[in-house]
Write a protein that binds this ligand. Sequence first.
Ligand SMILES: [Ca+2]
Ligand SMILES: [Ca+2]
Length: 133
Amino acid sequence: MLSKFLSNTGLAAALFFTAAAHAELTSPQKATLATAMASGTPLAILWENNDFTGRAVTVSDCLDINSLSKINNFNDRTTSIQLFNGAEITIYQHDNWQGSNRVITQNVNTLNNGPYYFNDEASSVKFNNCYQP
Ligand SMILES: [Ca+2]
Ligand SMILES: [Ca+2]
């Protein structure tokens, strides 16, 4: 798996990008990212500020989150989102996947602008597509 991973220049580039740009991830979050990149499982990182900066929440292993308030006090904080390994998510305005939502299928450097207009709104998260083992 590792050699397959290293032979993929796209992923190698992503790993380089990861090392350079994710200084603000906590050590457990960095470990989560490294594990996802090595295994190819979908991962989303929700960032507090524009351009993938500030505090973060990692959403991995296809685990839906019914309340971001329970994770790193992240209710109504998300401003930018990174997706890895084909992850696609839907973010919801309220807990328990209620209220308005936005489908995220690519990296979003700010939710503040169109077409999203969803800055500091997300309260719960679902994966749209997940590998089944
Ligand atoms: Ca924010
Ligand atoms: Ca909300």
